[in-house]
Design a binder for this molecule. Structure first.
Ligand SMILES: Nc1ncnc2c1ncn2[C@@H]1O[C@H](COP(=O)(O)OP(=O)(O)OP(=O)(O)O)[C@@H](O)[C@H]1O
Length: 260
């Protein structure tokens, strides 16, 4: 579990995170949502230890990352997988070499052991026959799956995903969402996803933290969203008239005597 407690962060005079606290449990997909500039990326960078806080703490199983020295941070980072926007694969390396990269960098495993682990994770993301392909030869959805395989190749306890669906069509996005959710449950990973994607919110939001202008505005699950009365959340999620009406219809259906 990762717990953030009373996080505050400013840039100069501007406060961008106001006293935010939350708990992100293992085996759950924890989403950070909010409009552009609401503080999602800053919060995620603080959680990974890439940005300092002004005050507050970030506890990984009770251990405060804001108080860790370089050695402790390095050890913790070995347990963190990251999936970046745009996949961030090395164009000059094959799929296999991309996925093996963290093992080359951070372990002393023999080549045979590394290859076995690479094949295991490639199979897990349904990419069995892509080892020798280069990123330019595969689709955007496949690149995301390679990046996901690379993010989990070291068996991380924590997985951070920054806009995992950016640039993907809705159907491919759902495949990626489903895969991340399955892997999270299967390996009991604490997964934190920064997203704008409403499909992800509805499909994968075990726990959702909605940020509004640097404040924690709302917190709950995807199921709670349908019945939330928070106006800011509603106008963010159900931004179009169509979705707002769909929400009203769902609430009415729930309230009819037959469904109560
Ligand atoms: N290094 C920085 N220096 C100064 N201001 C910053 C810095 N990084 C972020 N900010 C400010 O902090 C606020 C929150 O930014 P953040 O990037 O967290 O937003 P976001 O919710 O991730 O937005 P988006 O969805 O567009 O990525 C913004 O007002 C941004 O301008």
């Amino acid at each position: 579990m990762i717990e953030i407690r009373n996080i505050k962060k400013s840039f100069g005079e501007k406060v961008v995170i106001h006293d935010v606290s939350s708990k992100m449990e293992s085996g759950k997909t924890n989403l950070i949502i909010g409009s552009s500039g609401s503080g999602k990326t800053v919060l995620m960078k603080i959680m990974i230890g890439l940005m300092d806080v002004d005050s507050g703490s970030v506890l990984y199983e009770g251990q405060d990352i804001t108080k860790m020295d370089e050695k402790q941070l390095k050890e913790l980072r070995m347990q963190i997988g990251m999936l970046f926007q745009g996949s961030a694969l090395f164009d000059s390396k094959t799929v296999e070499a991309n996925v093996m990269f963290p093992l080359d960098m951070f372990t002393k495993l023999r080549y045979k052991e590394k290859l076995a682990r690479v094949n295991e994770v490639l199979e897990r993301v349904n990419l069995k026959d892509a080892n020798k392909k280069f990123p330019a030869e595969i689709s955007g959805g496949m690149k995301k799956r390679v990046a996901l395989a690379r993010a989990i190749v070291q068996n991380p306890k924590y997985l951070f995903c920054d806009e995992p669906n950016s640039g993907l069509d809705p159907q491919t996005s759902l495949v990626i969402d489903k895969l991340i959710k399955e892997i999270t449950t299967e390996y009991k990973i604490t997964t934190v996803i920064n997203t704008h994607d409403m499909n992800t919110v509805m499909e994968s939001g075990d726990h959702i933290l909605y940020m509004y202008q640097g404040h924690k505005q709302w917190e709950g699950s995807n199921k709670d969203i349908i019945f939330s009365k928070d106006e800011k959340l509603n106008s963010f999620i159900f931004a179009s008239d169509f979705l707002a009406k769909a929400k009203e219809a769902m609430q009415e259906a729930k309230n009819t005597p037959a469904n109560k």
